[in-house]
Design a protein around this ligand. Structure first.
Ligand SMILES: [Zn+2]
Length: 236
C-alpha cells in the first residue's frame, strides 16, 4: 500500500494534511481527486481517506470509463455516490458506477423529481440517449458518514429545488455543486423549477462559512469563500 503513495500524491489534485495539534488518532489525510467529465465539463470529485482508501464519489457527470479507470489506477475503494443536485450532467455515470462498484446512490429527496427529465435533457443538451435514470438508493439527510468522516449536508436550493453542498468542517472544504462557482458566478435560475430568491438565500448561507474555506465547485476552478465574498459584494 505504502509503495503506491508517491504515485497517488503525484496524481492527486490536492493533498490536505491533518491538523498538527490534534491527537494522532484524529489525524487523517484527505485526498481530493478531480476528474473533469462530459461535454459540459463537470467536476467529478473522488474524495478519499488516505489510510483506508475509501472514497466518496461526488457528481459523476459522465465518462464512467474514465472515472472507473482513475479509481482502479489509484486503487481506491468507492463506497457511496453523492450527487449535489438532479441535473443530468452531474449524474450520467451513476448507473455504470453503481454496477461497477456495487455502491449506493444518494440524492436529496426534493431533487428526485428532476430525474423525470434525465433522459430527455440528456438527448436535448448533449445529443445521446443515456438510458433510464438511476434509481435513488437513499435520500441525503443532514449528514453523511464516509470512512471516519462526517460531511454536513447544507441545503442550497435555487438552481434546483433540492440542491445541496457538502461541507467538511475539520478540513474547511466545501463541495458547492452548481450553487456557486469561482469569480462570483452562480448557478442558472432560468428554468421553471428554479428560484432566484432561494438561490440568493443559499449563497448568503455559504458566505457565512469561514473565509479560508476551500470551495470545489461543480464546474471550473476552485476558489475560497473569502474570495467569493469579495465578488458577491462587488456585484451588489
Ligand atoms: Zn446544474
Amino acid at each position: 500500500m505504502v509503495s503506491h503513495l508517491p504515485l497517488l500524491r503525484a496524481l492527486t489534485y490536492e493533498v490536505i494534511i491533518g491538523f498538527k495539534n490534534q491527537k494522532v488518532y484524529n489525524q487523517f489525510v484527505l485526498m481530493v481527486e478531480k476528474v473533469v467529465v462530459g461535454q459540459l465539463a463537470t467536476n467529478c470529485y473522488l474524495v478519499t481517506d488516505d489510510k483506508s482508501r475509501e472514497t466518496l464519489v461526488i457528481d459523476p457527470g459522465d465518462d464512467a470509463e474514465l472515472i472507473i479507470n482513475r479509481v482502479r489506477d489509484l486503487e481506491l475503494k468507492p463506497k457511496q455516490i453523492v450527487v449535489t443536485h438532479g441535473h443530468f450532467d452531474h449524474l450520467l455515470a451513476v448507473n455504470e458506477l453503481k454496477t461497477a462498484f456495487e455502491i449506493p446512490f444518494l440524492l436529496s429527496r426534493k431533487d428526485e423529481v428532476m430525474l423525470v427529465w434525465f433522459r430527455k435533457s440528456t438527448q436535448h443538451f448533449v445529443g445521446f440517449d443515456p438510458g433510464p435514470a438511476p434509481i435513488v438508493d437513499a435520500y441525503l439527510r443532514r449528514k453523511i458518514q464516509v470512512f471516519d468522516i462526517k460531511f454536513k449536508i447544507i441545503e442550497t436550493p435555487g438552481h434546483t429545488p433540492g440542491g445541496i453542498c457538502l461541507y467538511l468542517k475539520e478540513k474547511n472544504i466545501l463541495f458547492s455543486g452548481d450553487t456557486i462557482f469561482a469569480e462570483g458566478a452562480v448557478g442558472r435560475t432560468d428554468y421553471p423549477y428554479c428560484n432566484k430568491n432561494d438561490l440568493s438565500e443559499s449563497i448568503k448561507k455559504l458566505m457565512r462559512l469561514p473565509d479560508d474555506t476551500l470551495v470545489y465547485p461543480g464546474h471550473g476552478e476552485e476558489t475560497t469563500i473569502g474570495q467569493e465574498k469579495m465578488f458577491h459584494r462587488m456585484q451588489k
